[in-house]
Design a protein around this ligand. Structure first.
Ligand code: ZN
Ligand code: ZN
Length: 95
């Protein structure tokens, strides 16, 4: 399933609210936010350990596959790391 974006109902017009002001993406279901969001939403609240591991790029959640290692095809931190590493490889190979 897709993450469900948390909407702040405070309608804070002044600075200081990271949701109204900064447009921070947080999921109301798994409680991940930005760097700790897996590619797909696990549908339940993640444990602190899972959030930490997603943030560290060690695990990712994929629909139908469950918790897996990032493979570069998703949007989690680990996937982005893999893409950055691959891009660097391409640059090195082409030079
Ligand atoms: Zn979620
Ligand atoms: Zn707010």
């Amino acid at each position: 399933m897709k993450h469900i974006k948390y909407e702040c109902r405070g309608h804070h017009e002044y600075g200081g609210c990271q949701f109204c002001d900064g447009g921070l993406f947080a999921c109301t279901i798994c409680r991940g936010m930005e760097g700790s969001l897996p590619t797909d939403c696990p549908g339940v609240k993640m444990t602190q350990e899972q959030q930490d591991q997603v943030y560290a790029g060690q695990i990712d959640y994929r629909e139908e596959r469950g918790w897996v290692k990032p493979d570069g095809n998703g949007t989690s931190m680990g996937d982005m790391d893999i893409r950055i590493t691959n891009n660097k490889k391409c640059l090195t190979n082409n030079s």
